[in-house]
Design a protein around this ligand. Structure first.
Ligand SMILES: Nc1ncnc2c1ncn2[C@@H]1O[C@H](COP(=O)(O)OP(=O)(O)OP(=O)(O)O)[C@@H](O)[C@H]1O
Ligand SMILES: [Mg+2]
Length: 487
């Protein structure tokens, strides 16, 4: 730091000398002047061993804010808050309305990158505008200046700056206000996405939860990997399980974990494959595209598609189903969204526009889906969300009641081994009752609920057994009658 300061002072002394020189240069002959200028510049670069790069806030068009400038601003915000003495504060319009600090003009912060020391300073040029302006601020041109030793030129230009821009953009994404898009026909409309669900509040087996979190984080950081292997940067998740087991909650938690936007795609409102493609191309990078209840949205189970084709083609069952799908693609534009249209989009034709995207399908009936739709590579990860286990219940109890253990847990544990209850139902019992926060009331209510469910399950099983017996009896009677007839 001291060395840099020394050279900075030396630089300003030389600059002052050059200023004096500029005032008196007219008294020297032209040739001598150009020689002196040339050698003085060389002298400056020789004795001033630092390189400076300036990033202006506005470049090119007057009102276009430089992307690099705002990325640097974000990148420096954490450093500024710890190092700078004078700070500027502003509120970011994100879901938390958080305060973002940046260094004030003419402040300096230092940074380190692979052992290299660098300095960032902020400043502004004030130009006196001759024209009367309603926007006097535009006459102040802010900039960030990066200073580093010339020995590190390549490293800084090749890797450091790229990493600053990348991290700056990532911080911006984390701070931005996220959106929930829904489609009305072929148009997206959006509202601010403010779902409080997180993976911490999601009740499921801890190992399974951790595996999903790791998978998501790995995906979000794997840009280079996807580029190298030549795959579109996307990943498909299929969430399946009974209603109320946390599929939609998990999607919100995913969006909150990664800071992505959500596109809730209502397939039934999409007219055809062309419209589907248009909608998907309009989705932004860093987003999760969700198709809920895929089995209900459309009859994408394959059977109907084939049946439809059979009608068109005269029911040739031996035909390769793939060929059928290709043909169906060429059907008139008024046709509904087809399985093949959806498969094409998952296969990455649409993702030529780049950027990371997750595609999430949810269903209550995985067995009803066409295997082509859910094979690996299309839906990379299949996640089963199931009935509440005792471990998941403990997570809910901690979240809802702030307790890790209780004497009633033993009985609850036993009941969870005997009866199925969805996390949504368990959560309902744990919601504050007449006396808010009364743990015993909530736990008793859950025990009652579980016992009732057990009773119902028992009655159902008995009924089913009876029906089976009756059926068996009817069958044996008909068989006897048949045998009697034959005789
Ligand atoms: N695993 C869970 N952890 C925490 N809360 C849960 C969990 N599962 C369900 N819930 C609670 O139950 C409610 C309903 O869950 P959710 O909407 O996520 O279910 P779903 O699986 O999407 O159901 P459906 O198949 O009907 O769409 C949520 O508001 C949430 O509070
Ligand atoms: Mg749901």
């Amino acid at each position: 730091m001291a060395a840099k300061d020394f050279f900075t002072h030396l630089g300003s002394i030389i600059a002052s000398l050059m200023f004096i020189w500029a005032m008196f240069q007219q008294y020297f002959p032209y040739e001598l002047r150009s020689h002196i200028e040339k050698y003085s510049k060389r002298l400056v670069t020789l004795i001033y061993p630092y390189i400076q790069i300036t990033f202006h806030e506005f470049t090119g068009e007057r009102f276009m804010r430089s992307e690099a400038y705002s990325a640097i601003e974000n990148y420096l915000s954490s450093k500024s808050s710890t190092q700078a003495k004078r700070l500027k504060a502003d509120i970011v319009r994100n879901s938390n309305q958080s305060l973002v600090l940046s260094m004030d003009d003419h402040e300096e912060v230092s940074d380190e990158f692979e052992g290299i020391k660098l300095w960032w300073s902020s400043g502004k040029n004030i130009t006196k505008s001759q024209v009367f302006s309603f926007y006097p601020a535009t006459d102040e041109k802010r900039y960030y200046k990066l200073t580093f030793h010339k020995g590190y030129r390549e490293k800084v230009l090749d890797s450091y700056l790229a990493s600053v821009l990348k991290e700056g953009k990532a911080i911006k994404v984390r701070n931005r206000m996220r959106k929930l898009y829904t489609n009305n026909g072929s148009m997206w409309s959006h509202v601010v996405f403010e779902h409080p669900a997180t993976f911490q509040t999601l009740a499921m087996e801890p190992e399974k939860k951790q595996e999903i979190i790791d998978d998501l984080i790995t995906f979000s950081k794997a840009e280079d990997f996807y580029a190298r292997i030549g795959r579109a940067w996307k990943r498909g998740y299929l969430l399946y399980g009974p209603p109320g087991t946390g599929k939609s909650t998990m999607i919100a938690a995913m969006a909150n974990l990664l800071g992505y936007d959500l596109y809730d795609l209502e397939l039934t409102a999409v007219k055809d494959n062309t419209e589907l493609r248009k909608l998907l191309i309009e989705t932004s990078s860093k987003s999760i595209i969700v198709i809920e209840d895929i089995d209900c949205s459309l009859d994408l189970t394959g059977q109907r598609t084939n049946k439809k084709k059979e009608r068109v083609e005269g029911g040739d069952e031996n035909k390769d189903p793939r060929q059928k799908l290709v043909k169906e693609e060429r059907e008139p534009k008024n046709s509904q969204v087809t399985l093949s249209g959806l498969l094409n989009f998952i296969d990455g034709l649409w993702s030529a526009c780049g950027g990371e995207r997750l595609i999430v399908f949810t269903t209550n009936h995985i067995e009803k889906l066409d295997p082509a739709l859910i094979r690996k590579g299309r839906m990379d990860k299949h996640i089963e969300l199931s009935y509440c286990s005792f471990v998941a219940f403990k997570a809910l109890a901690k979240n809802y009641l702030h307790i890790d253990s209780h004497e009633l847990f033993e009985r609850i544990g036993e009941l969870f081994g005997e009866v199925n209850m969805t996390p949504a139902d368990v959560a309902e019992h744990l919601m504050p009752k007449t006396v808010p926060g009364d743990v015993v009331v909530s736990l008793r209510s859950l025990i009652q609920g579980l016992e009732l469910a057990k009773e119902e399950a028992k009655l159902k099983a008995e009924k089913e057994e009876e029906e089976e017996e009756e059926e068996a009896e009817v069958k044996s009677e008909t068989k006897m009658q048949e045998n009697g007839d034959v005789k």
